[in-house]
Design a protein. Structure first.
Length: 443
């Protein structure tokens, strides 16, 4: 039986309609932050509002199609051998090949990877690209590894995955602490194992010189900016219909956050605070990102930049602003701190930074949320463009890529907002979104 996931996504009401009615003051009760529990809870609550969904289909749509777990030895620079564990989860292929990043981080787990793969399914359906969801990762700390060690880890991991990835089966991309170089190693390893083919489409986010797409490096951040601008233009945030003069706070100064900061500033916003894993910096008049980038490159952190005030990542979330962009890791706005958020709009550049309980609190505070599956969909959109270019042996200019990205992002925001405005439940009239695309919590 064929199931149209696009229809399910676009018919889905806002999850804020479906959130628990627990009081924000219930902080003493432990909040369940298990990533699998979170995405299944969200989907099941949303699915209750979908008419005609047959029994068992919910289980089918919330269960991964395939989970691969591998352990492999790698020789280190000092001659010793260490064991590493990696995962690749394919959630769905109903709409096409699996698509999703590979991250290198000490906290990578099978359950996190499973949840992120499911989010990729909903994201691809919402943004309307012909992919299903997938995700992968290796448990390691890139900050303690040399480039040679990272290369050996990558090559061995891809060798272990074998034919579980492929241009029309499952297509990796960059994610946390992986980059263009990592994707080049993936392509080269796969190509050696599958000679005499056009293997460029096996991975996206590659260097331009070996089939990468112009505009891909900035795509996630640019999509975040486009979603924010389009939403604001609909005059659904009080006293704010564009980014000119808007105060913006960004948690996370990595591949997405650093580029987003520059793009938001160029669009007319004043970025007053950013942070990395060691803490954040705040400047009332706005940050000078030439100085921020230079200081970060020299010291490995933004903390300590002259003429700024140091804040913790927790304090950064509580700064009064127009737009708050969590661009780091999941579960950063939770039941215990959501009531202290003072933004008018939260834009989820990271995956799952707002928990279900926090969603409900923000909705009651009248704070709008543009969720991850819409806000950070620019990356997978331009990955799709790269995949198409690789198959057709073409190279599009960056203006063409950005025009197509704008069209995709604007259309997705329009679909979501139209669906949101049809909701009759007064509780969620100020909350755009569920992660489940096309019609609720923005998605």
């Amino acid at each position: 039986m064929y199931i149209d996931e696009r229809k399910i996504v676009k018919d889905r009401p806002s999850l804020s309609t479906l959130k628990s009615s627990k009081c924000a003051g219930d902080d003493a009760q432990h909040e369940d932050l298990d990533p699998v529990h979170i995405y299944r809870q969200q989907f099941q609550r949303a699915a209750a509002h979908i008419k005609g969904l047959k029994r068992g289909i919910i289980d089918f749509l919330t269960s991964p199609k395939r989970t691969v777990s591998v352990c492999f030895p790698v020789e280190m620079d000092d001659g010793s051998v260490r064991m590493f564990r990696g995962y690749r989860v394919l959630h769905s292929r109903l709409l096409g090949a699996g698509k999703g990043g590979i991250r290198y981080h000490p906290t990578v787990t099978r359950r996190e990877t499973t949840a992120l793969a499911a989010l990729m399914t909903w994201k691809c359906a919402l943004i309307d690209v012909p992919f299903g969801g997938a995700k992968g990762g290796v448990v390691c700390d890139t900050k303690t590894l040399s480039e040679a060690e990272l290369r050996r880890i990558t090559r061995r991991f891809i060798t272990e995955l074998g034919d579980n990835i492929g241009p029309h089966a499952d297509i990796p991309a960059p994610d946390m602490y992986t980059n263009e170089q990592t994707m080049a190693w993936i392509y080269d390893t796969y190509h050696m194992l599958h000679p005499d083919r056009n293997n460029l489409p096996v991975v996206t986010g590659k260097p331009i010189s070996i089939g990468g797409s112009l505009g891909r490096r900035e795509a996630t951040a640019r999509g975040c900016l486009l979603a924010t601008e389009r939403f604001l233009s609909k005059k659904l945030v009080p006293h704010r219909d564009n980014l000119s003069g808007a105060r913006v706070v960004i948690q996370g100064y990595g591949q997405v956050g650093a580029i987003a900061a520059d793009l938001f500033r160029t669009a007319g916003a004043t970025v007053v605070a950013v942070s990395d894993s060691q803490g954040g910096i705040y400047r009332e008049a706005g940050l000078d990102f030439g100085k921020v980038a230079a200081y970060k490159k020299e010291h490995g952190t933004v903390v300590g930049l002259p003429d700024t005030r140091t804040v913790t990542n927790e304090e950064l979330m509580e700064i009064e602003c127009d737009v708050l962009v969590p661009a780091a890791i999941s579960s950063q706005i939770r039941r215990d701190n959501a009531h202290r958020v003072k933004a008018k709009l939260v834009v989820e550049a990271a995956n799952g930074p707002v928990t279900p309980d926090a969603d409900a609190i923000l909705a009651r505070k009248g704070i709008v949320v543009i969720p991850d599956i819409l806000a950070n969909a620019g990356g997978v959109t331009v990955s799709y463009f790269e995949w198409v270019q690789n198959i057709d042996n073409e190279q599009w200019d960056v203006e063409h890529v950005n025009r197509k990205l704008l069209s995709k992002m604007y259309r997705a925001v329009d679909v979501v907002v139209d669906r949101w405005l049809t909701l009759k439940d007064g509780q969620c009239r100020r909350h755009v979104g569920s992660r489940w695309g096309g019609g609720g919590r923005t998605g």
